[in-house]
Design a protein around this ligand. Structure first.
Ligand code: PLP
Length: 391
């Protein structure tokens, strides 16, 4: 059975070019980049080439890129790194974030709250978007950091980060954005539209590089307390010997993403764009299944994501049925100790727990083909019709 992978927001497949770029660094090219000898110099220059490629993707300087182990570390380093010094000095400090963040930000914020940071959580509209007006109203004299994600992992809704960063800058605070689900899908310009963003998180495995890789952009002049203590790696901001093969893979993925974004091309496997494939999938399922609603449909969304609510359906049962039919999808819910919790993102958008539990996330990758989408539509429709008939 050919399997169809529609869960790219959970992790993307590795591009073959990325695997090829990494291969030598698992075997013959193995020096420690901190070593002065030639073996070390070879890996050092590979790490610096990768850094330049990540910087080029974001239109910032290479010195502003810190390599991390992924999105979770980048988010924690950003929040804790900016706010901990205020706690150390026992100064009042306020953080603004949103209810729709990934747990990497939400739980980091909760941990800071337990340590004494005041936190405001902004609520999105029904479309899953938080506005700059709400942000403006939440600012306090001691607000030091605002953290709002660029694109939501469950709905794909894109937040007005450029506009928010301008508001934050005028207030004299710092702006962080978790761009894990935006990188490689949208053009991110830290010298243009995002010029007032101070920190930005990336994760390799959402952009065709390996799991366990990532980067944090830290604007020149912004200081950060490190999370890890050890060697002087990453200009003293992230101790620990670099994951050279992973960093090389991330650099290659960034180079490829920049090429396709500059060319305005999103889906090499298809003459249609990624968003056209997504829209076709979405519209076909809505046409086939009564009472199917797209969550966040009115928002500007990343091109690969749809989140559809099929009222009356248990999305968990649907996922199991789809998996048995060879389709990998997901739903906006976290599985904690065996109990399925309704998605905090959909609840924040005003859905009821029952509506949240009936929502399915389908996320396409650059390797998804039109043929796969044509195959998936009748399979998903049939599974939904079967589940509905059981009621
Ligand atoms: N932020 C967002 C928006 C994500 O979607 C994810 C992963 O799903 C993360 C952060 C965490 O990234 P990582 O898995 O690289 O730790």
């Amino acid at each position: 059975m050919e399997r169809i992978y529609l869960d790219a927001n959970a992790t993307t497949p590795l591009l073959p070019e990325v695997v090829d770029a990494m291969r030598p660094f698992w075997s013959e090219t193995f020096g420690n980049p901190s070593s002065a000898h030639q073996a070390g110099q070879r890996t050092r220059s590979a790490v610096e080439r990768a850094r330049a490629n990540v910087a080029a993707l974001l239109n910032c300087t290479a010195k502003e890129i810190i390599f991390t182990s992924g999105g979770t570390e980048g988010d924690n380093l950003a929040l804790s790194g900016v706010l901990q010094p205020y706690l150390d000095r026992r100064e009042p400090v306020h953080l603004i974030t949103t209810r729709i963040e990934h747990h990497a930000v939400l739980y980091a914020a909760e941990s800071l709250e337990r340590r004494g940071v005041e936190v405001t959580y902004l609520t999105p509209s029904q479309d899953g978007v938080v506005t700059s007006a709400e942000l403006q109203a939440a600012l306090r004299p001691h607000t030091k950091l605002v953290s709002v994600m660029l694109a939501n992992n469950e709905t794909g809704a894109v937040q007005p980060i450029g506009e928010m960063a301008q508001v934050v800058k005028e207030h004299g605070a710092l702006m962080h954005t978790d761009a894990v689900q935006g990188a490689g899908k949208l053009r991110l310009d830290l010298s243009g539209e995002l010029k007032h963003v101070d920190l930005l998180t990336l994760s390799g495995h959402k952009m065709y590089a390996p799991q366990g890789t990532g980067a944090l952009f830290l604007r020149k002049g912004v200081t950060l307390a490190p999370l890890f203590h050890g060697g002087p790696h990453e200009r003293q901001r992230r101790a620990g010997t670099e994951n050279v093969p992973g960093i090389v893979g991330l650099g290659k993925a960034a180079e490829m993403a920049r090429t396709w974004l500059e060319a305005g091309e999103t889906a090499p496997s298809s003459p249609a764009s990624l968003s056209a494939l997504r829209d076709h999938l979405e519209q076909s399922l809505q046409a086939a299944i009564p009472n199917a609603f797209v969550n966040a449909w009115a928002a500007s969304r990343v091109p690969n994501t749809t989140n559809i609510r099929f009222n009356g359906i248990d999305a968990e049962a649907l996922l199991i049925a789809l998996d048995m039919q060879g389709i990998a999808a997901s739903f906006g819910a976290a599985c904690m100790s065996g109990a399925t919790e309704p998605s905090h993102v959909l609840l924040a958008m005003g859905l009821t727990p029952a509506e949240a539990r009936s929502s399915l996330r389908l996320s396409l990758s650059r390797l998804t083909t039109p043929e796969e989408i044509e195959c998936a539509i009748p399979v998903i429709s049939a599974a939904l019709t079967r589940l509905r008939s059981l009621h």
